[in-house]
Design a binder for this molecule. Structure first.
Ligand SMILES: C[C@](O)(CO)[C@H](O)COP(=O)(O)OP(=O)(O)OC[C@H]1O[C@@H](n2ccc(N)nc2=O)[C@H](O)[C@@H]1O
Ligand SMILES: Nc1ncnc2c1ncn2[C@@H]1O[C@H](COP(=O)(O)OP(=O)(O)OP(=O)(O)O)[C@@H](O)[C@H]1O
Length: 288
């Protein structure tokens, strides 16, 4: 690391993810659930602007309503990176938030991963993706896939990753207007926790029409607005829940079909269209 303050500043994407399928295969002694899931990125997400500071302070603007600065995953990621590397530099970080919170789109995890990779570059630390992913895992189960930046088959709690290449359809993502608390879904007694593990080859061979999300029945029961959005969209295109919700996504073959569906949704819900991506746009920008 050089002594001089690096002059550069970076504008970086923090893309959303979808869980194209999600099975719950068990529960560990610490309460965390063993999953098998396929992660894919979207060409839609938050944007972070990062600039180094020479006084070691981490300043985030604007804050997120309801999230204290020291709890914000961006600030926590920056502090962990300082602690891990001993770097004396700080950062000014400006967040353009587009992804709904508690949406199952991994917004907070993606913001954390973009912070780790962005500050590693700005502070010229040269940490490996493996080390950054290990740092990130302590912040959230979904951080490692955003750090590695490739669509993946994930096992464990989401940290054992194998890169995959999935179909890249268009999606219409609908936010049913409520926030789902991930811990509440994982605490629910009726959640199915014993789907027999399958091989990655079998999951991929079945293809999109065979994929499902084990959280769906529980989320439907706990959050009727999610059930309503799933029912309405399913009549128009193959539709699934991402993560533990609240967002649901319809799969379309063409952008025109996505536009038609968005038009039909009108003002009923907040919704956006996006294309599935097998490589994170963050890694395209940073060329990692
Ligand atoms: C379900 C997924 O959306 C799939 O992508 C994610 O694994 C959830 O990731 P996340 O929102 O980053 O969740 P975390 O902040 O790691 O965990 C929130 C809470 O959900 C529960 N949790 C989460 C992940 C997991 N594999 N098992 C769990 O039981 C735990 O009670 C945990 O305290
Ligand atoms: N930078 C951040 N962006 C969003 N949420 C944050 C951030 N920092 C902390 N949080 C907290 O994390 C919680 C989960 O946010 P997030 O957007 O990651 O949910 P999610 O899309 O459901 O994620 P997942 O798919 O990983 O379950 C929020 O409710 C909020 O309290």
């Amino acid at each position: 690391m050089s002594d001089a303050l690096p002059a550069s500043r970076l504008t970086l994407p923090a893309p959303a993810k979808l869980n194209r399928m999600l099975h719950i295969t068990g529960r560990r002694a610490d309460g965390y659930h063993e999953l098998q899931t396929l992660f894919q990125f979207l060409d839609h997400g938050d944007t972070l602007h990062l600039a180094p500071r020479d006084d070691g302070k981490i300043r985030l603007t604007p804050g997120i309503a309801g999230v204290a600065p020291e709890e914000n995953l961006i600030v926590r990621a920056a502090r962990r990176l300082q602690a891990e590397s001993g770097c004396p530099l700080g950062a000014d970080i400006h967040l353009e938030k587009r992804l709904p919170m508690g949406g199952g789109l991994g917004g907070g995890s993606s913001d954390a991963a973009t912070t780790l990779l962005g500050l590693d570059a700005l502070w010229r630390l040269g940490l490996t993706l493996e080390r950054l992913a290990a740092l990130g895992l302590a912040l959230g189960a979904d951080v490692p896939v955003f750090v590695h930046g490739h669509a993946a088959w994930a096992e464990g709690i989401g940290e054992r990753l194998t890169p995959v290449t999935l179909d890249t359809p268009w999606f219409v993502v609908v936010h049913p207007g409520i926030e789902v608390a991930t811990p509440a879904v994982f605490r629910a007694p009726e959640l199915t926790r014993h789907t027999p593990p399958i091989t990655m080859a079998r999951a991929l061979q079945g293809g999109a029409s065979s994929w499902r999300n084990d959280c769906e029945a529980t989320v439907r029961a706990l959050y009727p607005p999610v059930a309503a959005a799933l029912d309405w969209l399913s009549e128009r295109a193959p539709t699934m829940l991402t993560g533990t919700g609240a967002c649901v996504f319809a799969r379309l073959a063409t952008e025109e079909q996505a536009d038609r569906l968005l038009a039909e949704i009108g003002g009923r819900w907040k919704a956006f269209k996006a294309r599935g991506l097998n490589r994170s746009p963050l890694h395209d920008v940073l060329d990692r």
